[in-house]
Design a protein around this ligand. Sequence first.
Ligand code: ZN
Length: 227
Amino acid sequence: MCAPVRASYRRDNVVESVFEYTQLSLDTSLGISLHDITPQVRRAIRESGVTNGTVNVLSRHTTTAVTINEAEGRLMDDIRQYMLKLAPPGDPYLHNDIHLRDGPPDWPGGNDAWRAQEPRNAHSHLLSILIGNTLAVPVVDGELAIGTWQSLMLVELDGPRKRTVGVQVCGTRMGGEPKRVDTSESSSNAASKSYQKKTSPVSDGYKDPMDALCEDDPSADECKVFD
Ligand code: ZN
């Protein structure tokens, strides 16, 4: 005769597939700067409850990038100097001939207004392509499988601006409620303060908050059509 199986026991042993998307928000520094987003990505993993899978990180702008390296202050300054040598901002670039470019047809104030606000940032776009815009990192036993000295970093290439980073945690978790996180852990970090969590699956009518932002301020960097 079999012993009765409690419902809670069965639920705790169901393996669920998870595809959970969140967005980080950051205020970046002037020019080229690097911002360590590892604590925020770790937090997204913990809140998703995923134990094994992958986390995808997306730089959501044409003049930012994401990379993995050592978040050491002097090295980050070396990287910044190196970037400026690779693509000097003062070199001639076609993209910087703003007087030869047209803005979106419905831009408030027309082309003159658009040209007045458009930055000369060809070097930023080129460096973004060079560094790359996505990361895919294994998640093993609920942790980022990065090396001891590795950090996930957003690279700002045309700051200062308000920026967002997409983070999608994909994988499996045990059934039941996902683990809850002590939010006080990284509350001193400016990026984590503005961290936004969206628990809805992507297929469940997900609405990007940037849509609302762009309705209010079409000139915001996130909303540019031709940037
Ligand atoms: Zn541009």
